[in-house]
Design a binder for this molecule. Structure first.
Ligand code: FE2
Length: 352
């Protein structure tokens, strides 16, 4: 049952009201002035305060402000004589639960206290529910965060594994995919492309030659000239990569970009001979990064050609074979920002 504090400087009133309440099953205590009430509120828990307005030193209205400030859920009922009814009405407008005019009628008094204690009970329940809700929300957020980290770790492992499988088959291009992934991400960043796309581009770069695992190692590492059939097998690796990844159900942009990474804007690329407008921006970036990194690296059939030759190649064929904006970004990256080829495996943030 609710606990009620009666505040009145008139002793007989305090005794009478406490008696009324106790008979109804309430726990009732009393204070002879507002200051004493403040002290009792500090030391005890109450649900309802019933206070007279006019009292020495501190008025019932001041007590109401105090309760509202410090114990906002406690309900306050104001008691008043005729001359202060207007003040009591204002007090209700400012947050008092109810007001009673003296002489106090037992039935109205109990009804007002009952109503106030019901409001207090509902507010307490609401506060408990809100607290539970906040806790539940926090638990959910923590769970989502843990699952996201676990998923990111799993994706990092999968990408790393796929990348190393290609290197295992084609050791002469060891690190090529990582370097292309990092260079592609750097070009994308230079082009002010959004973070999500940059992360996709890095991931795609790390596994873009995945289709090569379907090509025999002897062909991949053959130092001499390839036969037409061998050339056709090599040229088919973007399509093989596409087919493999469609089965994994990764975001479509990954497999599509891999499919397009040997295309050229003028339609001279392979395997589909796509033209500029059919090639995605992700693929345009990967194409340039792939060419530049490949020319800067040693191959079984030729030595490394160097940065100057690589930049000359892309600039010479800018807007013909390669996207002009990508070429400019790549050139500025090396010539203005002094980008150095990055062989490290970056932490992957798989866009979810
Ligand atoms: Fe390739």
């Amino acid at each position: 049952m609710s606990r009620v504090l009666i505040v009145d400087d008139e002793k007989s009133m305090r005794i009478t009201l406490c008696e009324f309440l106790k008979k109804e099953g309430y726990e009732a205590e009393s204070a002879s002035d507002a200051q004493m009430a403040c002290q009792m509120l500090q030391d005890n828990v109450y649900d309802v305060v019933v206070t007279d307005i006019i009292m020495p030193r501190m008025s019932g209205i001041d007590l109401l402000w105090n309760v509202q400030k410090k114990y906002s859920k406690i309900q306050v009922i104001i008691m008043t004589g005729e001359p202060t009814v207007e003040t009591a009405v204002k007090a209700v407008q400012n947050g008092a639960s109810d007001y009673l005019t003296k002489p106090i009628d037992r039935e109205s008094f109990i009804k007002a206290v009952h109503h106030a204690s019901q409001i207090k009970l509902l507010r307490d329940e609401k506060a408990i529910l809100e607290k539970q809700n906040r806790l539940h929300q926090k638990c959910l957020e923590e769970m989502v965060q843990k699952r996201t980290i676990a998923l990111q770790n799993a994706m990092q492992g999968i990408i790393s594994l796929l990348s190393s499988v290609v290197e295992f088959r084609d050791p002469y291009t060891a690190g090529h995919q990582r370097r292309v992934g990092n260079l592609s991400a750097a070009i994308a960043k230079k082009m002010n492309i959004d973070i999500k796309t940059i992360e996709f581009i890095r991931i795609i770069g790390y596994i873009h030659d995945i289709g090569k695992i379907a090509i025999p190692t002897e062909i991949l590492s053959k130092p001499g000239i390839l036969s037409p059939l061998e050339k056709e097998m090599i040229k088919n690796h973007p399509a093989m990569g596409y087919e493999m990844l469609t089965k994994v159900k990764l975001p479509e942009i990954i497999e599509e970009t891999i499919y397009q990474h040997h295309e050229r804007c003028d339609g001279s690329g392979y395997p589909r001979g796509l033209e500029k407008n059919d090639i995605t921006i992700e693929a345009q970036i990967l194409i340039v990064a792939d060419v530049v990194e490949a020319m800067m690296s040693h191959r079984p059939y030729r030595p490394a050609l160097g940065l100057e030759a690589a930049l000359y190649e892309i600039m010479q064929h800018s807007d013909v074979q390669y996207d002009a904006k990508v070429v400019l970004a790549c050139r500025d990256l090396f010539c203005k920002d002094h980008y150095a080829i990055d062989d490290s495996e970056h932490r992957i943030y798989f866009p979810l």
